[in-house]
Design a protein around this ligand. Structure first.
Ligand code: 5GP
Length: 178
């Protein structure tokens, strides 16, 4: 399927499934080497990372655990704007090696909130693993440890990413077709 229509918009293939698979394999390979003997706890941020987390973890061969969290957004007062907070974390992460698994880092705001919330729980270290990264949009200072694919500042869907709830099930990644 080189083009798909979701609601009122048409998208064309930007990254085929075979390229995604290769990039995910490369990230898993690095994790297998760098986090050997650390028994990392992967924290997959739902909903967007479900497909990436599944494919990644199938290629991670070291001892590890995985848990799933969400970032809930709600509107605070006019001075605080939109507030994001991490929900669903039941594990004690003190002293552990954490790998946050995200679908995409855009401005970096979401990841910054997640990092701040995890920090107070005193993990030994927190690494960031993202399928996609938009350097042109990124506005924060922290390092991204594992980036599978660098993408331009365009709106993408598929492989977990949605347009108004649709398209998460697509095996390829698509870009808006103007
Ligand atoms: P950030 O906080 O880094 O600006 O944005 C992160 C979140 O914005 C992602 O987890 C994702 O939900 C959403 N997002 C950013 N860029 C895209 C995109 O190109 N496509 C889709 N579907 N969502 C995106």
């Amino acid at each position: 399927m080189s083009k798909v229509t979701l609601k009122d918009k048409t998208f064309r293939v930007h990254i085929p499934a075979s390229d995604i698979n290769k990039a995910v394999g490369e990230v898993a390979h690095r994790i297998n080497i760098e986090l050997k003997d650390k028994k990392p706890l992967f924290l997959a941020v739902l909903n967007g990372s479900f497909m990436f987390a599944s494919d990644l973890l199938k290629k991670v061969t070291i001892d590890c655990e995985i848990s799933f969290v969400k970032v809930s957004s709600y509107h605070g007062t006019s001075t605080t704007g939109s507030v994001k907070s991490l929900i669903g974390l039941n594990e004690d992460i003190k002293g552990r090696t954490i790998v946050i698994v995200e679908d995409i880092v855009d401005t970096g705001l979401t990841m910054e909130k997640v990092l701040k919330e995890l920090e107070v729980m005193e993990p030994a270290e927190v690494r960031i693993c993202t399928l996609l990264y938009k350097p042109e949009a990124f506005r924060k200072k922290f390092d991204l440890d594992y980036v599978a694919i660098v993408v331009p500042n365009d709106f993408l869907v598929g492989y977990g990413l949605d347009y108004d709830g649709l398209g998460r099930n697509l095996p390829d990644i698509y870009v808006l077709d103007n």
